[in-house]
Design a binder for this molecule. Structure first.
Ligand code: GLA
Length: 738
C-alpha cells in the first residue's frame, strides 16, 4: 500500500531505522500497536471479542504497555455497550446506533451483523486483521500500514462472502477513527464550480456532520478530507487528527459526537443508493482511508500530508528504487483562456513561439482539436483530429513545439460523449441511463458508463492509440459534469448499483494500464476545475487543476484551502488575462505571477497580446521561479497569514527540507489608513545558520540586513518596505543558507 520512501526524505528516513519495529502484537493482552513518525496507534481485542480502538496520538515509549481493552460499561439501557464502545469496524447489528462501518442484508432477510476478531497476520509496517460475524461466514479483513516517516496510517477493509447465498452490502466504510471525549473543532472543505476549497471550521457538537458526494465523482462541493483539532483552530499549535479518503467516486465521511461525547469519524463508499451484491466466494475492497496526527496544529498536519503524498501517493516518474520521486511540474502554457475551442495549427504555433520565448517548458493544447468540436455542443467521443483545424494531423504542431524546446500536452475528456457525435450515434446504449427514461444533459454531454467492459476497452484503446501515434508528454484529463440516471442495464436489476464501485475501479484500471504502456506520460486530473482531487486519483495523476477560477486574488484563498490536504506540488496555477473574466478585476502581471508562483506555475493568458514589458516581466519571473521551484512545491509550507475572511494581507513561506532555502510570498488586498504590512516572523529555518535575503519581487525595509541568522528571521522577522502599500500588491523573497 505504501510506496518506498523517496530520496527527498533524507533525514527523516534515517529516523525510521531507530524504530525498526513499527508494528507489534502483544498476544497476552491481545493488543496491536503501530508506531511511525511521531505517532502511536493502538487497538485490541476486547473481552467480548470485538476489535476496539484504544489510543491514537503522540508517540509513546517502546516500553509502554496496554492491558486488554474493556468494552464501555452500559450507562443506561438506552446506551448499549456495543454502540458506545469505540469499535475499529462495527457491523450494523446488536443495537448499534452510531454510524456502522458495514451493513449487509443476507439472502434470508437477516440484517444482523456482529463482527468479532478471528485472526491476524503481519505485513510490512502493519497488520491484516480478520473479523468474522458471530455466526455467518462473512469475513472482513482490516488492512493497516503505518508510514515510518510521517506516522500516517493507511486503513482499508476487504469484505468476503463465504456463505452459500449472495449478500447485499448496503454500507461499507474504509475505516472508522475514534477520538476520546473532548472539545474539538472540525475543519473541512466545501465549494462549488469556480469556488472550490473553502475551509470551514466549526465546533463538533452532538449529532453527525456529513461531508459527502453523491455525484459519482469526488465533487467540487466537498472534498474527502477532515481535520479535527483539540480546542480552537490553530495553524501552529495543538493536537490535530486528520484523514483523507482515497476514492474518486461517491463518498461519505461522517463526523459524529455520541451521547457520551465521544467522537468518531467513519468514511468510505457513500451508502446513498448503494447496494453491492457479493455472490458466494466474492469480495469487495473498500477504498483506503489515510489518517494522521500532528501536535503542531493545522500547519503541522498539512506538512505531514504533503510529504506523505509526495513520497507515497503521487507517481514517481524520476529516479529509481528509493531514489524515485515526483518531478517538479514543468512550467506550462495552456491555450484555453486565449483561444477556447478556436484552435488551429497556425494559431497554436504562434502561441507556442511566444510561450517558448518566455521560458515555458510545456505547451498544452486544450479543448477543440478533435471531431466536430466548434463549441461544447458536439464532438466529445470522436477522438480523431479535426481535419479543417489540423489538415496534417497533430505532427506539425508537436514537431514545432519540440523544436522550440518544449514538450507537448493535450486536453482530453475520455469519459464523456456529446449526443451530437459519431460515437453516440453508433452506441447510444453506452451512456449512464435508465432505459426508456430521459437522459439529462449537462454542458450538452452525457457520461459514458466506464463500468461496461466495452466502454473501458474503447476508452483505453483510443488513448493508447493517441499516445502511441503522437509524441505526447502530458494529458489534461477533464471530466465536466456529474452523474445523472446512473443505470447499468447490462446487469440484473438487483446488481446495477455496483456501478458506484465499478465505474471508479474501471477509471483507475485505465489509468494504471496507460501508465504501464506509456510510463513517461504525465496526467492532470481536471474536472471543470477541482471536481476530482483526492488521494485515489492522485496515485495515477501527477497534478490537478484546482479551479476554473484563475482570478489571482480569489486564487489566494482557494490555494490556502487547497493546501490543507494537498501539496503545492500538484497545485497548478495559471497566470491569465486582466481584467479577469470572472470578477472583472484588474491586477498587475506581477501580482498574477506571484499568486501563481505559490504552486506549480503555468501561463494561460493570451500572450499574443502581451507587450514587450509584459513579456519581459513574465520571462524574468519564470526564470526566478525555476530556481526556487523545488523549495516551493516540495518544501515545508507555512501559511503565515491567511487570506481567508477578507484579510487585508496574506503571506506564505516554504522551507526546503534540508533548510537551505526558503521562499516567502506576501500579498496586499487593499491597505487602509496607511497600515503597513505586518512583520513576517518566519518559520522552520535552522536557528543557527546564516541566511542571505534576495528579493524576487519588491523590497524589504531599508534597514533589513542582507544576511542574518535563522533566529533573526524567525524572531525579529522580515519587514517590508514602507512603500509596500496599495491595492493588489505582491512581493516575494528568497533566503539562501550561507
Ligand atoms: C473545463 C476545464 C477548463 C477547460 C475546459 C475546456 O472547464 O476545467 O480548464 O479545459 O473544460 O472545455
Amino acid at each position: 500500500m505504501l510506496k518506498s520512501l523517496s530520496c527527498l526524505l533524507g533525514i527523516a528516513a534515517s529516523a525510521m531505522f531507530a524504530f525498526p519495529q513499527s508494528a507489534t502484537f502483544d498476544s497476552a493482552a491481545k493488543v496491536f500497536r503501530l508506531d511511525g513518525g511521531n505517532v502511536t496507534y493502538v487497538f485490541g481485542v476486547n473481552s467480548r471479542g470485538e476489535l476496539q480502538q484504544m489510543y491514537w496520538g503522540g508517540r509513546l515509549a517502546t516500553g509502554d504497555h496496554f492491558a486488554q481493552p474493556q468494552p464501555m460499561r452500559e450507562v443506561a439501557s438506552f446506551d448499549p455497550s456495543y454502540s458506545t464502545t469505540p469499535q475499529e469496524y462495527a457491523g450494523w447489528g446488536a443495537g448499534l446506533f452510531v454510524e456502522p462501518a458495514l451493513k449487509v442484508t443476507f439472502a434470508d432477510g437477516n440484517r444482523d451483523l456482529v463482527l468479532h476478531y478471528e485472526s491476524y497476520s503481519e505485513k510490512p509496517n502493519g497488520f491484516d486483521v480478520v473479523l468474522k460475524d458471530i455466526q455467518r461466514d462473512v469475513r472482513v479483513t482490516l488492512h493497516y500500514a503505518i508510514d515510518p516517516e510521517t506516522g500516517i496510517l493507511a486503513r482499508s477493509a476487504t469484505i468476503e462472502n463465504h456463505e452459500q447465498q449472495p449478500i447485499t452490502i448496503e454500507q461499507a466504510a474504509a475505516a472508522a477513527w475514534a477520538l476520546p471525549r473532548g472539545h474539538y473543532t472540525l475543519n473541512y472543505l466545501t465549494g462549488r464550480w469556480a469556488g472550490e476549497w473553502t475551509l470551514n471550521q466549526e465546533e463538533i457538537r452532538p449529532g453527525a456532520r456529513i461531508i459527502e458526494s453523491r455525484r459519482g465523482s469526488t465533487s467540487h462541493q466537498a472534498n474527502p478530507w477532515f481535520a479535527v483539532q483539540s480546542g480552537e483552530p490553530s495553524e501552529n499549535h495543538g493536537e490535530v487528527w486528520f484523514g483523507a479518503l482515497a476514492w474518486s467516486g461517491s463518498w461519505r465521511i461522517t463526523v459524529e459526537q455520541d451521547q457520551l461525547d465521544a467522537v468518531r469519524i467513519t468514511g468510505g463508499f457513500n451508502p446513498f443508493d448503494f447496494g453491492y451484491v457479493l455472490k458466494p466466494g466474492q469480495s469487495l475492497e473498500a477504498p483506503v482511508f489515510y489518517g494522521g496526527y500532528s501536535d503542531h496544529g493545522l500547519g503541522g498536519a498539512s506538512r505531514l500530508l504533503h510529504h506523505f503524498e509526495v513520497a507515497n501517493i503521487l507517481p514517481h516518474r524520476i529516479g529509481t528504487g528509493d531514489q524515485a520521486h515526483p518531478k517538479p511540474r514543468p512550467v506550462i502554457y495552456n491555450s484555453w483562456e486565449a483561444t477556447e475551442f478556436n484552435v488551429n495549427e497556425a494559431g497554436q504555433i504562434a502561441l507556442a513561439e511566444k510561450a517558448a520565448a518566455l521560458g515555458v517548458d510545456r505547451f498544452v493544447m486544450d479543448d477543440g482539436w478533435f471531431g466536430q468540436r466548434k463549441d461544447d455542443h458536439a464532438g466529445l467521443g470522436d477522438w480523431c483530429v479535426n481535419p479543417q483545424k489540423f489538415p496534417h494531423g497533430l505532427k506539425p504542431l508537436i514537431d514545432k513545439v519540440h523544436s522550440l524546446g518544449m514538450d507537448f500536452g493535450l486536453w482530453v475528456e475520455p469519459e464523456m460523449v456529446n449526443p451530437d457525435s459519431d460515437l453516440y450515434r453508433k452506441h447510444p446504449d453506452w451512456v449512464l441511463n435508465f432505459p426508456g427514461r430521459p437522459r439529462s444533459e449537462e454542458r450538452n454531454q452525457l457520461v459514458l458508463n466506464l463500468a461496461r467492459p466495452d466502454v473501458h476497452d474503447y476508452v483505453l484503446g483510443f488513448l493508447d492509440k493517441l499516445l502511441t501515434e503522437n509524441d505526447i508528454a502530458f494529458l489534461k484529463w477533464d471530466y465536466n459534469r456529474n452523474w445523472s440516471e446512473p443505470g447499468w442495464d447490462q446487469l440484473p436489476p438487483t446488481e446495477q448499483k455496483a456501478i458506484y464501485v465499478e465505474y471508479t475501479r474501471s477509471l483507475y484500471s485505465i489509468l494504471a494500464e496507460l501508465e504501464r504502456r506509456h510510463p513517461k506520460v504525465e496526467i492532470e486530473s481536471c474536472s471543470g476545475g477541482g471536481g476530482r482531487v483526492d488521494l485515489g486519483i492522485l496515485k495515477y495523476t501527477d497534478e490537478v487543476w484546482p479551479s476554473d477560477n484563475t482570478d489571482p486574488f480569489d486564487r489566494l484563498t482557494q490555494q490556502d484551502g487547497f493546501t490543507y490536504p494537498y501539496t503545492p506540488q500538484i497545485m497548478m496555477a495559471w497566470v491569465t488575462d486582466s481584467p479577469h473574466w470572472l470578477n472583472h478585476r484588474a491586477t498587475s502581471l506581477t501580482y498574477r505571477m506571484l499568486s501563481s508562483m505559490q504552486g506549480s506555475l503555468g501561463i494561460g493568458a493570451n500572450i499574443d497580446k502581451w507587450n514587450d514589458e509584459e513579456t519581459a516581466t513574465a520571462k524574468r519571473l519564470i526564470a526566478a521561479y525555476h530556481k526556487v521551484q523545488p523549495t516551493i512545491v516540495q518544501g515545508d509550507l507555512y501559511r503565515l497569514i491567511s487570506p481567508r475572511n477578507g484579510s487585508e494581507f496574506s503571506a506564505t513561506q516554504t522551507v526546503s527540507r534540508d533548510k537551505r532555502q526558503s521562499v516567502v510570498f506576501a500579498f496586499i488586498h487593499s491597505t487602509q489608513e496607511q497600515r503597513g504590512f505586518p512583520i513576517l516572523k518566519l518559520k522552520g529555518l535552522d536557528p543557527q545558520a546564516q541566511y542571505a535575503l534576495t528579493p524576487i519581487e519588491g523590497k524589504a525595509w531599508a534597514g533589513t540586513p542582507e544576511v542574518a541568522s535563522g533566529d533573526w528571521w524567525m524572531n525579529h522577522g522580515l519587514e517590508m518596505d514602507d512603500d509596500f502599500r496599495g491595492d493588489f500588491k505582491a512581493a516575494a523573497f528568497e533566503l539562501d543558507r550561507r
